[in-house]
Structures are given as structure tokens and as C-alpha cells.
Design a protein around this ligand. Sequence first.
Ligand code: CTP
Ligand code: MG
Length: 180
Amino acid sequence: MSVVETVLLAIWIMLPAYLPNSAAVIFGGGTPVDLGREWRGARLLGDGKTWRGSIGGAASGFVLALILNEALAAEPVPAYLPEFELLAALGLAVGAILGDMGASFLKRRTGRERGAPFPGVDQLDFAVGAFAVTALLAPSWFFEHVVDLGVLVVIVVVTPALHLSANFIGYKIGVKDEPW
Ligand code: CTP
Ligand code: MG
């Protein structure tokens, strides 16, 4: 596969994992996932992780995967772009939300307030979560399409750039409180 093909494949695979956290900003608000509970002197997750944001975000990523599958069936797209098995779509979308939640858990444990930056973790938490849950739910799809050195290198390089750009746009248009 050429470099361009590898980049396109990596972005394609990650689209259902990229959308959930941006969509969570739009859907977010209301009851926090941790219901306000504290643990060891700090919130378990904090007010930045809500049920509406988490469910709306994960559902958005899942629906995007279904739309991409429809596009595969309808348009003459390159053969190397894989269809998303339903469990892979679920794993990428739910895993992205869970990875971001895991990072909030770590932030609260390390004394970081809601919205405080955690460089590196903020940019890759959702990718790690998406991979972990997809590997569990759809192991053969995961090993066939994601476990490839070129694809993984592109994801690790491109993901932080896409994440920072999306958050910066969200901040500029006023839906996000911080530019990271
Ligand atoms: N959001 C949500 N539910 C999630 C993730 C995000 O409701 N599972 C919404 C919240 O309104 C949140 C906003 O999206 O404030 C931005 O998300 P994020 O930057 O992840 O949260 P922070 O407020 O920065 O909180 P934290 O420090 O815990 O990351
Ligand atoms: Mg934040």
C-alpha cells in the first residue's frame, strides 16, 4: 500500500472514534456520569462527563460507521477501505468515549480540575480506548485492519493534529470552553 493509501485507511478506520468526543460537546449537559460522587477528595470523573454527552457521542460515532458502510456500498470507493462490522463500529465509538472518561478519572486523581490540559493524554486517550474496546468486541476485524505498523504510525501522528484542530474550531465557534 502507498503512503497516501495508508493515511486514508487510518483516517477511515478512526472516523467513528474521532466523532464521539466532538459530538459529546454538542450533546453534553445535565446529569454527570459520576452523579456528583467523590473519591479520595476529588470528583470521580467531574461535571465534564455527562450521560447525555456520552450516549449522544457514542451513538454519533456508531451512526457515522453505518453511514460509511452505506457509502462503501453505493460509491466506487477504493477496495482497501474496510466495511465496519457492527461490533467494530460499536467498539470504536463506545471505546472513544470510555477512553476520554478514563483520562478524566486520571486527571481527577492527579489534582487536575475540570478542563485542565493533560498534554498527550488528552490527544490519545480516546484512540487507546477505541482500540481496547474494539479489540475486545471485534478481535478478528481489529487484527485484520488496525494492527498494521503503517496504520498505527499514521494514527499516532495524525490523531493529535486532528484532535487539536477540532477542539480549536469548537472553541472558536463557542461550543467548547477551552481550545484543547
Ligand atoms: N462532554 C460530555 N460527556 C462526555 C464528554 C464530554 O458531556 N463523555 C461535554 C461536556 O460538556 C464537556 C465538554 O463536552 O465539558 C468538553 O469535553 P472534555 O474536554 O472532554 O471535558 P472537560 O470539561 O474538559 O472535562 P475533563 O477535564 O474531565 O476532560
Ligand atoms: Mg477538556
